[in-house]
Design a binder for this molecule. Structure first.
Ligand code: NAD
Length: 260
């Protein structure tokens, strides 16, 4: 149970972040949401998930590619909720292109949002977590933090960076009640992946269903998507007392992708 704890989940207006926010709320945590697009819908879903525990939610629309806005997000969360006990670094974007033609602005944005923001949020929450001698930092990396795929140079570089950063932050907090870990999902059917399925369908001249089967078949032996709820359950497990001494792992939930 996470009653009395506050979780900040970045990129929680959609997909995996929203799923994790709902599961943490269902365990009693107050949740600060962040991300773009519709806020009221996701916020209502998180509040409904936590209704039995009378949880509170907050929202801050920081653009995580901007350091000053990240600082504002952490200041807002601490001001409104006392302190952040659980930080889930989830916000992320994707762009696919060969290295030679990779757009420079996409490279910079992916490194800033998928990697550098993890450093900035972590450095800002760690002092209070150390002070409380309890904290959880959970970084949503990817199988692409462990292995590569063609045309994803920025994403794979950023996610490998997240896994490396996770290990170092875990070592620096190893004698404290603060743990730092990464989760490495395979395919999860969210807007981020739907874009890749639609592009594949257009490129191959096949239906969206056929493109989806092709995408799963190429990499994921289970041939099934992991769900945001399953990832939320894993995050909740890392937050439980069973996670007290789990440190610096890159824990896959990938249908066997990286077992091959
Ligand atoms: P999504 O597109 O559904 O959600 C991304 C979230 O991040 C949204 O809330 C969006 O508003 C937010 N976001 C994007 N740019 C932002 C910015 N600059 N500042 C603040 N928020 C921003 O994507 P998703 O599939 O749920 O992905 C979430 C995380 O999981 C990402 O880090 C992604 O790399 C990772 N991941 C996804 C998959 C997958 O198959 N979907 C697999 C492995 C890892």
């Amino acid at each position: 149970m996470l009653k009395g704890k506050t979780a900040l989940v970045t990129g929680s207006t959609s997909g995996i972040g929203l799923g994790i926010a709902q599961v943490l709320a269902s365990q009693g945590a107050h949740v600060v949401l962040n991300g773009f697009g519709d806020v009221d819908g996701p916020r209502a879903q998180v509040e409904a998930a936590g209704a039995a525990h009378d949880i509170r939610t907050g929202y801050h629309g920081a653009d995580l590619s901007k350091v000053a806005e990240i600082e504002d997000l952490i200041a807002y969360s601490s001001r409104e909720f006392g302190q952040i006990d659980i930080l889930v670094n989830n916000a992320g974007i994707q762009h696919t292109s060969p290295v030679e033609t990779f757009p420079l602005d996409r490279w910079d944005a992916i490194i800033a949002i998928n990697l550098s923001s993890v450093f900035h949020t972590s450095r800002l929450v760690l002092p209070a977590m150390r002070q409380a001698n309890w904290g959880r930092i959970i970084n949503i990396a990817s199988v692409h933090g462990l292995v590569g795929s063609a045309e994803k140079s920025a994403y794979v570089a950023a996610k490998h960076g997240v896994v490396g950063f996770t290990k170092v932050a875990a070592l620096e907090t190893a004698t404290t009640g603060v743990t730092v870990n990464a989760i490495c999902p395979g395919w999860v059917l969210t807007p981020l992946v739907q874009k890749q399925i639609d592009a594949l369908a257009a490129q191959q001249g096949v239906s969206v269903e056929q493109a989806q089967a092709q995408l799963l078949g190429a990499k994921e032996p289970s041939k099934q998507f992991t769900t945001p709820e399953e990832l939320g359950e894993l995050a909740a497990f890392l937050c439980s007392s069973a996670g007290n001494n789990i440190r610096g792992v890159a824990w896959n939930m990938d249908g066997g992708w990286t077992a091959q």
